[in-house]
Structures are given as structure tokens and as C-alpha cells.
Design a protein around this ligand. Structure first.
Ligand code: IPE
Ligand code: IPE
Ligand code: MG
Length: 239
């Protein structure tokens, strides 16, 4: 493994968008694009350690994506199941620790069992922390966190006067992760679509035109190296 570069984003989060359009341009069904997109994930995961990226979070399915046709939703769920089954061993061997964020309640039991199993199996790894956002929405996450926090208050275990930003952050799905330094969205859309709303308060953003299935490790490397030139001030001034 190469030496960690200074100025690399520690945590990169990616909104993997554009699978549908990629397929459409080839006259294929949308699921064909999702399969091509899934194949791309492995290369991006593999590229992280050499780029100095220790945490990668990828948006796979949003709380709003249930609005799609039943065929597309079922196809995606089956793709997630097969993906975990197919990739588990290689992820483990590559030293990747996998976590899932999002609400599992709406996901089918078989998929949740595979997710739990992969989290457990890779829990001793730390070469790369890969987090997959599945049935994830930033607002939904804050609402679920608030619900749990309210239960603690009602049970007398938490003093409302002591609730601050750190307290709320402890109830979020991402409580063990650092905030993202860089958020990338592919496909040319310049919006965040409910992704990591709380956590990205000071993230740098890159909106790039490439469709997700065309997002090569080379393009990824260029985006990551551009990050090094950014001047992050976090509300302060440079002295
Ligand atoms: C992103 O690609 C993958 C998911 C949202 C599951 P899209 O399916 O949104 O592709 P476009 O935006 O329609 O091209
Ligand atoms: C965001 O993409 C969700 C994922 C990439 C999983 P969408 O394609 O669902 O977002 P909108 O609908 O264009 O905002
Ligand atoms: Mg899209």
C-alpha cells in the first residue's frame, strides 16, 4: 500500500446517478444500467486506499426510490442481494469493512440477513470503511434519530437541556463515521436528493457530467486530486 497523500479527502461520499440514462442511450432497459453501475463499484472501492481515501459512502437506494416501477424496484433489490453474495468474499479479502445505513424496516428479510452477515463478517477489517446507503434518506435519518432521542428523554435517561449537536449525531445511522469531506454526484444533476444532509454541512461538492457506469477509477482520481486544491475555511478566515 502506498503512503497516504496529504490533502486527500478522508471520507468521500458518492451519489451514483445516471444508470437509467446510460442504459437508455444504448436502447436497453434501465436495469441493464443498474447492473453496469454495480460492476463499477468494485473498481472505485479498489482505487480508494491508493488515493488516501479511508472512508467511502455510496448512495445505492433512496427513501424516494420506491416511487419507481415495481419492476425496477424488484430488480434493484434482487441486484443488491446478488451483489452481496457475489462480492462478500472479495471485500473481506481486500480488508474492507462494510456498513449499511438507512432504514432496514422496508427491506426484505433475506436482504437484511445478507447485510447483517456482511457487516459481521467484515467487522474486523479497517483498510477501507465502505458504507452503503440503502433505503436511506437524510430527513428520514434525522426523524428516526429524533424519535430514538425522544425515547431516551421520556425514559429519563437524557436531559433535554443537554441535547446539543453531538448528542443528535450520536443517534444518526452514521454515528461511527467521520463527516464526508467530498461529495461527488455523477450524471450532471446539481442536487443532493436527500443524501447525508446533516453530515455534509461542510463537505466540498463535485457535480460531474459522467454517468455512473462510465465513472472510471481515472476520473475518480482526477476528482479526488482536485479536492487537494480547495481552500476549506469552515466559517473561519485565513490568517
Ligand atoms: C442511479 O441511477 C441509481 C439509483 C437511483 C438506484 P438512476 O436510476 O437514477 O439513473 P437516471 O438518473 O435515471 O439516469
Ligand atoms: C439519488 O438519485 C439516489 C441514488 C443515487 C441512489 P435519484 O436519481 O433518485 O435522484 P433524483 O430523483 O434525480 O433527485
Ligand atoms: Mg437518477
Amino acid at each position: 500500500m502506498s503512503e497516504k497523500k496529504s490533502g486527500a479527502p478522508k471520507h468521500v461520499a458518492i451519489i451514483m446517478d445516471g444508470n437509467g440514462r446510460w442504459a437508455q442511450r444504448r436502447g436497453k432497459p434501465r436495469l441493464y444500467g443498474h447492473h453496469a453501475g454495480a460492476r463499477r463499484v468494485r473498481q472505485i472501492v479498489e482505487a480508494c486506499p491508493d488515493l488516501g481515501v479511508s472512508h467511502l459512502t455510496i448512495f445505492a437506494f433512496s427513501t424516494e426510490n420506491w416511487k419507481r416501477t415495481q419492476t425496477e424496484v424488484a430488480g434493484l433489490m434482487s441486484l443488491f442481494r446478488r451483489y452481496i453474495q457475489r462480492e462478500a468474499r472479495d471485500l473481506f479479502d481486500a480488508g474492507v469493512r462494510v456498513r449499511f445505513i438507512g432504514d432496514r424496516i422496508k427491506l426484505d428479510e433475506k436482504l437484511v440477513a445478507l447485510m447483517d452477515e456482511l457487516e459481521l463478517m467484515t467487522s474486523g477489517n479497517d483498510k477501507l470503511h465502505l458504507t452503503v446507503a440503502l433505503n436511506y434518506g437524510g430527513r428520514d435519518e434525522v426523524a428516526r434519530a429524533t424519535r430514538r432521542l425522544a425515547h431516551e428523554v421520556a425514559a429519563g435517561r437524557l436531559d433535554p437541556a443537554k441535547v446539543d449537536e453531538q448528542t443528535l449525531a450520536r443517534f444518526l445511522d452514521t454515528h461511527v463515521l467521520p463527516d464526508p469531506d467530498l461529495v461527488i454526484r455523477t450524471s450532471g444533476e446539481a442536487r443532493i436528493s436527500n443524501f447525508l444532509l446533516w453530515q455534509s454541512a461542510y463537505a466540498e461538492y463535485e457535480f460531474i457530467d459522467t454517468l455512473w457506469p462510465d465513472f472510471t477509477p481515472e476520473v475518480f482520481g482526477q476528482v479526488v486530486s482536485r479536492f487537494g486544491a480547495r481552500d476549506r475555511r469552515f466559517g473561519g478566515v485565513k490568517v
